[in-house]
Design a protein around this ligand. Structure first.
Ligand code: ATP
Ligand code: CA
Ligand code: CA
Length: 435
């Protein structure tokens, strides 16, 4: 899958749902952020706040284009999480502002989840299954604690957990999370790695028609690929990964992957593509008037321009201030996060990623974008059944539905293998030869 999407405008089947998601987020996030900050309590982790939107609106809820119900889960916990991940509240609201268009990725996985990018491609909205939703609420305290203690965590960053219900419609549960890939850099290669080899192969013959498809474990091994990190970065990476996987094992989570995106500095960005797609994402004021139709476009460009984004953010911050006084020291008064670079996670601080490094510590010509994604699958009944059936037919070490402890061990083993330099590999082969 190339990170392309279909623009969600008023002609799109999921326009109403997408509009409602954004409107709900905007209203509930500004509501929580308008209050004075305070420490979290145990109740905050269980909390949920319900709002009813309609065309008329009332003093608590502004009017909306459509009737729907919105639930905001653990609003205070996510406010604190957003702050831990250095998001500026006004900036966040800008990116998810309801009148702007999202881009839908359809369902890239087998799970049936839908993915939407915020208009500036910084955030991803993923619809999740009710069981994943319940599970995230259950583990939220552990997740929060882990993130607090591990500022460099590689786990998905969750910024919000919400639910939309439309009249006569299904309940749609969704999370807002970080897009691991940068809006302003082409990703030349993408891998989704689990450490399993069964079924983990993207058909190479399809690559010519889809050159930026997400490749898998077997494609990686076939290419004898490795992450060039040098000794120090390799250690930092593996140590953090171990801590993160330990949490996932304890919480009995499995089926997660390491997403690896590579930007090749020598190739740079494809400015042709960039120029073409740029117009598509220029905000059109009211989100109407699209001549282009539901085209395919890529995430390669950064739009709107950084400057425009900053200007809009300032305006919005001003608005937030004038509506309700925001006390001094409140995070809303912070500068945009690009000025807080020193606080960024070590894995996301080289232009949003982790710069490759040669064995001799010289910088290499690639930037990696890394993270552990899809980490809300609990090793429950379904997986146990899958394990039983698959276990009958193939080597049980290699199937993907292992119990969480083994899944994590296998995952770590694979990741430590792919961070070996060619020299390491040669040395190991030689050592084996001597035995
Ligand atoms: P399945 O359960 O079948 O694996 P899923 O619907 O749960 O699928 P994910 O595994 O979460 O989906 O993601 C599918 C693909 O979407 C990933 O391989 C990756 O290409 C892209 N993706 C997911 N999360 C992110 C993210 N945070 N940043 C960038 N890309 C992402
Ligand atoms: Ca997955
Ligand atoms: Ca999944």
């Amino acid at each position: 899958q190339v990170l392309v999407g279909t623009k969600v405008d008023e002609t799109h089947t999921n326009w109403v749902a997408a509009y409602n998601m954004l409107t709900g987020i905007r209203v509930s996030v500004s509501r929580t952020n308008a209050k004075l900050d305070r420490p979290l309590t145990d109740e905050d982790f269980e909390a949920k706040q319900k709002s009813t939107f309609d065309i008329a609106g009332n003093e608590l809820v502004p009017s909306a284009k459509y009737d729907f119900k919105f639930k905001d889960y653990a609003p205070w916990v996510f406010r604190h999480l957003r702050s831990l991940f250095h998001l500026d509240p006004a900036d966040y609201l800008m990116s998810l502002a309801g009148k702007y268009i999202l881009s839908e990725l359809g369902s890239p996985g087998k799970s049936g989840s839908f993915f939407y990018f915020s208009r500036d491609y910084r955030y991803i909205i993923k619809t999740i299954h009710h069981s994943e939703h319940k599970f995230l609420r259950k583990i939220l305290k552990d997740y929060y604690k882990h993130v607090t203690e591990n500022p460099n965590t590689l786990l998905s960053q969750f910024f919000g957990l919400h639910r939309v219900k439309m009249p006569y419609g299904r309940k749609i549960h969704f999370v807002v999370m970080n897009n691991l890939f940068p809006p302003h850099r082409d990703i030349h290669q993408t891998f989704d790695l689990k450490g399993s080899t069964i079924g983990r192969d993207y058909p190479e013959e399809l690559l010519s028609s889809n050159p930026r498809a997400t490749l898998k474990d077997l494609n990686w091994l076939r290419r004898h690929q490795h992450l060039e990190l040098g000794i120090i970065k390799k250690r930092l990476f593996l140590e953090q990964l171990q801590k993160d996987v330990k949490l996932l094992q304890r919480l009995k989570i499995m089926d997660y992957s390491l997403l690896v995106g590579t930007h090749d500095v020598r190739r740079g960005n494809d400015e042709n593509l960039r120029g073409k797609t740029l117009q598509v994402f220029e905000p059109r004021g009211d989100g109407k008037n699209s001549q282009e139709g539901p085209e395919q476009h890529s995430v390669l460009m950064r739009t709107p321009s950084k400057l425009e984004h900053q200007r809009k953010t300032r305006e919005l911050r001003q608005m937030l201030k004038s509506e309700r006084p925001i006390p001094i020291g409140e995070s809303s008064n912070k500068m945009p996060d690009e000025l807080d670079d020193n606080k960024q996670s070590i894995f996301y601080k080289d232009d949003g990623g982790f710069q490759a490094t040669h064995q001799d510590n010289a910088p290499a010509e690639e930037v990696y974008y890394l993270g552990v994604i899809d980490c809300l699958t609990h090793y429950g009944m379904v997986k146990k059944i899958e394990h039983f059936w698959k276990g009958l037919s193939s080597d049980s070490e290699k199937i993907s539905a292992l119990p969480p402890q083994q899944y994590g061990d296998r995952f770590l083993k694979f990741m430590s293998g792919i961070t070996m330099s060619p020299e390491d590999v040669a040395r190991e082969a030689q050592d084996r030869g001597h035995d």
